[in-house]
Ligand binder design. Structure first.
Ligand SMILES: Cc1cc2nc3c(=O)[nH]c(=O)nc-3n(C[C@H](O)[C@H](O)[C@H](O)COP(=O)(O)OP(=O)(O)OC[C@H]3O[C@@H](n4cnc5c(N)ncnc54)[C@H](O)[C@@H]3O)c2cc1C
Length: 329
């Protein structure tokens, strides 16, 4: 039976959110091709997370355990992944467009002589020929292209937050051991340090209050901070986002930027203040559960995606909103 395989990534003993999103994508593709989806986990001491993964409904969790696979060693991971793909023979193999995916996917593609499409924002199976349709932004985000190519496995890396995360349920799948044939002589890169700078984890926020050029000046963000603080009384994890223009003007650092070249987010609530709703911005926040827009221009794009819109100067609206929040608390 045709199989969609997903490369799992694990952090602190649990599946990364991006892996849950890939499981959702895998389930959809498996449905479209009338096949199954499975998860591949690599590392050492991963039995607990393999058991946990079964609850997301894969037909199989392939467990590749080896002391040398502990931590991320690209040369060994690529070698082990090549062996796994040759053994399992998946029709489609999905990886996150993450540090790990971006490192291993191109090398795997060369070894398996199968074309890779990176940074996909949508995936589907072509009902005509069963090939993977891989949608991704091109020309600096000004156009969206759909790619298709023959060969197996069909390889793609997938952008975070474009699929919703799979929910746990009753899994009836099984765990299968796959033994990697690897040794230290395969390691070319002797040491790899992943330096994670402290940054704003916008994609983890439940509420994002975001400002754009319409704030008029850097100080506008102070008002947004006050609103975020007031919302923080009722919601966990309220953060400040922004449009690219706000970053370009030097009002706020780029790790707050939402959109195509910023962070893709899907918070419970997104408050867009003085943001027009350019496509490059919308693509990063349109999956928010509720969108509230404040803008003086009633014809702006942001109102087309907003659940609630206020046509008014933000300097009048935000103090009024805070007053209302105060009354309600
Ligand atoms: C390759 C590429 C990648 C890009 N990536 C991104 C990205 O990741 N994220 C991103 O955001 N952009 C990105 N952009 C830029 C994008 O095209 C827009 O230029 C940008 O999003 C516009 O930002 P803005 O809405 O803040 O500004 P504007 O488009 O200038 O809109 C300002 C809005 O504020 C409103 N306004 C004015 N005064 C007030 C007031 N007092 N109260 C309330 N509203 C007011 C106006 O009516 C207007 O709608 C990218 C562009 C390119 C070409």
């Amino acid at each position: 039976m045709s199989e969609v395989l997903i490369l799992g990534e694990v952090k602190a003993g649990s599946l990364e959110t991006r892996t849950l999103e890939l499981l959702e994508a895998g389930k959809k593709l498996a449905g479209e091709m009338g096949g199954e989806f499975s998860l591949l986990l690599m590392g050492e001491g991963i039995s607990g997370v393999a058991d946990q993964a079964l609850s997301y409904g894969p037909a199989r969790v392939y467990k590749m355990e080896h002391p040398l696979l502990e931590g991320f060693k690209p040369d060994l991971w690529v070698a082990a992944l090549e062996q796994a793909c040759r053994k399992i023979g998946p029709k489609v193999f999905l990886m996150g467009h993450s540090f790990v995916g971006m490192e291993v996917a191109p090398r795997l593609s060369a070894r398996l002589n199968s074309r890779l499409t990176t940074d996909c924002i949508d995936l589907a199976i072509d009902p005509e020929d069963g090939l993977l349709l891989r949608t991704k932004p091109v020309s600096g985000g000004n156009a969206i292209s759909v790619f298709k190519s023959p060969g197996e496995p069909q390889l793609a890396t997938v952008r975070a937050k474009v699929f919703k995360a799979a929910e746990p349920g009753d899994g009836a799948g099984e765990i299968q051991e796959v033994t990697p044939e690897i040794d230290e002589s395969m390691i070319k890169v002797q040491s790899l340090e992943i330096v994670q700078e402290e940054s704003v984890a916008l994609d983890k926020a439940s509420v994002v209050v975001s400002g754009g050029a319409g704030l008029g000046e850097e100080d506008g963000f102070e008002l947004l901070e006050e609103l975020a603080e007031a919302l923080g009384e009722s919601f966990d994890n309220v953060m400040i986002g922004c449009s690219r223009v706000a970053v370009d003007k030097g009002w706020i650092s780029s790790d707050h930027q939402v959109g195509l070249t910023g962070t893709m987010i899907s918070p419970d609530i997104y408050v867009a203040v003085g943001i027009s709703g350019a496509i490059q911005h919308l693509v990063g926040m349109v999956h928010a559960k509720k969108i509230i827009a404040i803008n003086t221009d009633k014809s702006c794009n942001m109102f087309k995606v907003a659940d609630y819109g206020i046509v008014e100067d933000y300097e009048d609206v935000i103090p009024a909103l805070m007053e209302k929040l105060e009354e309600l608390s």
